[in-house]
Each structure stands twice: as C-alpha cells, then as structure tokens.
Design a protein around this ligand. Structure first.
Ligand code: ZN
Ligand code: ZN
Length: 395
C-alpha cells in the first residue's frame, strides 16, 4: 500500500543508470451517485477527485477487463455512457508500460430500450436491452468510438435477459413464453444470427460469470455451465445439492487463478461452485443477509462479503471458511426497496474499497491486515463502485 512515487522519483534522479526503470501501479475508483446523475473518479492513493462526469440517469458501473473503460449503464434513461479510465498498459514485448492520463467521459454512447446486463467475454461485449430484446455485440474499441460498428441480434421477446459472446457464437436468453421477467432458457446463436443446437433449460435465469474458459449462469434448479468446443458450446446443468436449503443463485462471480464460481444462495448464504471437484457446491452461511460480494483477482483464495450488519468478511474459498470479519459501517438493512442506497465493494490492488453512502465515504480496508486503514470523503451519496488499475513499468 505504500505509494511508489518516491521510488519512481529516486530512479529518475539516479544519474548512473541510464535505463532506470520502476515498477509502478496506479488505481482509480469510479463511483456512481445514488441521487445525482454523476460518476466520480477518485485517485485511490491520494483520495483526490480526478473528475466528475455528468451522465443522464442513475448508473450501474461495469469495468472492462482491460481496465481501460468503465461503462455506466443507465437503464431508466436508455443509455450507456463510456468512461476512459486513463489507465492503460502498453505492450512492449517482454514487459508492459503503465500509461496514465486523465480520466474522461467519451463522446461515444450506446442507446436503446432499457439496457441492463452488459457482459464482456471472449474479447466482445454483449449489451442486452430489456425493453425490446435487442442485443448489441461489439468490441471494447468500438464502444470507445473506434473500430467496427456494433452488430445486433434480437431475442424472442423483451425480457430481463442477457447474452454472452462465446467464440464466434453468442449465448442468448429465451423469454419465459413472452413474459417480461426472467428468462427460461439459453439458446446458441451463430455469427449469422441462426440458432444452433437445442435450447438449454434454465428457468429463473439470472446472473453470469466466467472462470477458466467456463461460463456459469444462475437458474432456479441449479447452475448452467457452458464450455466452448470445436463444435460450439457444450452445456451441463449442475443441480443444487438435495441437502441445500430452499434457494437459488442469481448473482455470480468468477475465480481468476483457478476454476471456481462464487454465487449468492438465498439471502443469507453464498455458495462456492467448483465444477472440477466431486463436491460441486459448498454452502457458506452468513449471520445476516448479504449486501454485496466480490472475488479477489490477485489473492485467488480470497473473496469478500458485505452483510447488512455492516460487517466485511474474508472468505477462504478453498476451505469454505470465513477467516476474518470486521465491523465496517453501521447496519444497512436489506429491508426496504432494493434500490435504497447500500454499500458496495470492489478490490483495488491490495485493498478492499467499500462505499458508505450514509456517511459519504469510501472505506479502505488493507487486505493483508484486514483492517480499515483510511477513509476517502466522496461528495453526494456514493453507491456503486468499480476499481480500475494496473501495474507496469515506467521508464
Ligand atoms: Zn517499455
Ligand atoms: Zn438483472
């Protein structure tokens, strides 16, 4: 957590070494406001505001895998705004250079009827519009305003759906007989827009994550896995174990260094899903209801869970045990409207960052010590948070 600027300055001052280089990392937090149509960029190390971007509605934020882009999905007003994080890694063959510039709101936007789930997989983005069932497929570059235009496919009917690019194909949700709510199945659509193979049942479909080349999708009876193959994707529905309590998974996160998924299960548990193990599901019960959770992209055994009593928990996904818990905020009850402002979390390098909307703060928890080390004041009512950052060489 020490800032590396000192190291960088030292190496630039060292006259004897012409090829002085320094490892550097730079993290920025992007925060959606609960009330105002605004996204703020905050420098993680200094806490300085790096920009406030006026958008059109309440946004949910999605960071691209490259860390270069943050998408602000504003379902109510039918627009996705695109923010350049200003953090970029440039490939120099045997190493990568870190390039940092000011974050900015790009002119490029995506418009449509009620955009909701935005999924990036296999180097493409699929944006599903619940209002008319249209799916825009495009690259990150295209979303940023350069490169090929978006291609669109259309679901059977408007619904709260999703689409997942998979190689040349797209996994596309199928409505529950035309109902506007959750879909009932997945179909595979090829590059020409034709259905290939059979429908895959997934009643109550909601939530998707990828891990180690496998895609997992939440369904009422279990989790549907999709794996890519030479003949297109193959599917397997993992049923929840018979001894699990009533519940299902509707939000999923994917492990990074090994293949696993972390899903919600009911309101006061999570499930660790390991498709390659004999025991596919493990249930982790929480003392109170869950507010948000994330997996650690670097420390691959770690996941973090926020609960409504204001506690942050460190879950070891190998042992299935909650190893540490700290009280972080005052309680934020899950009673009331799902849109009420509640904390959200993200992982930024060596820290977990948690919004505290009532206090107008981001709380910074150092992972190693697992304690709050500082707070960052944020204007307005901070809710949604994503972190964008990278480590590279500066020379
Ligand atoms: Zn270089
Ligand atoms: Zn949803």
């Amino acid at each position: 957590m020490r800032y590396r600027a000192g190291l960088l300055a030292l190496s630039m001052l060292a006259p004897a070494s012409a090829s002085a280089v320094a490892d550097d990392s730079h993290w920025r937090l992007f925060i959606a406001d609960h009330a105002a149509p605004e996204v703020r960029a905050i420098e993680f190390e200094s806490g300085r505001e790096a920009g406030t971007f006026d958008i059109e509605g309440q946004a949910s934020l999605v960071a691209s895998k490259s860390g270069r882009t943050v998408f602000a999905v504003q379902g109510d007003v039918g627009i996705v705004s695109v923010i350049d994080t200003g953090i970029r890694l440039e490939d120099h063959g045997d190493h990568q250079d870190l390039q940092v510039s000011e974050p900015r709101l790009l002119e490029s936007t995506m418009r449509g009827e009620k955009p909701a789930h935005l999924v990036e997989h296999d180097r493409r983005i699929a944006l599903f519009h619940d209002g008319d069932g249209r799916v825009d497929l495009l690259t990150e570059e295209a979303a940023r305003g350069s490169g090929d235009a978006a291609r669109s496919i259309v679901a059977d009917a408007p619904h709260h759906g999703l689409a997942v690019p998979m190689g040349e194909n797209v996994l596309l949700s199928v409505s529950n007989n035309g109902e506007a709510g959750r879909p009932r199945a997945i179909k595979v659509v090829d590059a020409a827009g034709r259905q290939v193979g059979e429908l895959q049942d997934c009643p109550g479909l909601h939530g998707i994550a990828a891990s180690g080349g496998t895609v997992a999708i939440g369904c009422s009876p279990g989790v549907l896995l999709a794996r890519s193959g030479t003949d297109g994707p193959s599917f397997e529905l993992l049923d929840y174990p018979a001894d699990f309590p009533e519940g299902s998974t509707s939000t999923l996160r994917g492990g990074v260094a090994f293949r696993y998924f972390l899903g919600n299960y009911g309101r006061d548990a999570v499930t660790i899903i390991t498709p390659d193990e004999d025991e596919k599901f493990r249930l982790v019960r929480l003392d109170t209801r869950r507010v948000d959770f994330a997996v650690d992209p670097i420390r691959s055994r770690n996941a973090y869970i926020l609960t409504e009593d204001g506690a942050l928990h460190l879950l070891n996904v190998l042992s299935g045990r909650i190893e540490k818990s700290i009280k972080l905020t005052e309680p934020y009850s899950m009673d009331g409207h799902w849109r009420d402002p509640r904390p959200r979390l993200a992982v930024a390098g060596d820290a977990v960052v948690v919004t505290d909307p009532r206090k107008g703060l981001v709380r910074v928890v150092e992972i190693e010590a697992f304690k709050e080390v500082r707070t960052i004041p944020v204007k307005g009512v901070p809710v949604g948070i994503v972190a964008a950052g990278a480590s590279g060489i500066v020379h």
